[in-house]
Design a protein around this ligand. Structure first.
Ligand code: FES
Ligand code: FES
Length: 165
């Protein structure tokens, strides 16, 4: 099979790339787009480090052939920062010491953001379930759960327009 052109929006920027058949989205993001915040961990759908948003849904970019995202809107951790201001989740991860080596952090935040985007006031159990596909070898998970709940509490105090950021 020949390479083909694939078009998508990455963090608000239009992309049209020549992509080899079967090439994984995580590799395209990291190697052809420079979006190295998305990590390639297990490469087989087990760790969540490669989590990105495809049309608003958290998905594992190591399992996705890039040709399938043609026409999609993709957001990576680089797109979560607005005007050089950290997202409330990123601030909460720092405040709660929810990141240590940092390898899992981008995937954790993308999974958590997908949760908060549809459930702004999640229960602790909902947070645990939303992050159940994301592995962390450093933190013991409690600081991560606390960070997501703290971020939700912060967002709840903000006006609706700001909370959507
Ligand atoms: S790198 Fe995709 S799930 Fe581990
Ligand atoms: S902070 Fe090291 S794997 Fe999560």
């Amino acid at each position: 099979m020949k390479s083909s052109y694939v078009s998508f929006t990455l963090n608000g920027e239009e992309k049209e790339l020549l992509i080899e058949p079967g090439r994984r989205l995580v590799d395209v993001l990291r190697e052809q787009c420079g979006a190295t915040g998305t990590k390639n961990g297990c490469g087989q759908g087990s760790c969540g480090a490669c989590t990105v948003h495809i049309d608003g849904v958290a998905m594992l970019s190591c399992l996705l052939p890039a040709e399938l995202v043609d026409g999609s809107e993709i957001v990576t951790i680089e797109g979560v920062v607005r005007n050089r201001v950290l997202h409330v989740l990123q601030e909460a991860f720092l405040a709660q010491a929810a990141t240590q080596c940092g390898f899992c952090t981008a995937g954790m935040i993308m999974a958590a953001k997908a949760l908060l985007d549809c459930d702004p006031s999640p229960s602790r159990q909902a947070v645990i379930e939303a992050l159940s596909g994301n592995v962390c070898r450093c933190t013991g998970y409690e600081p991560i759960i606390a960070a997501v709940l703290a971020a939700a509490a912060t967002l709840a105090k903000r006006p609706a327009a700001a909370a959507a950021a």
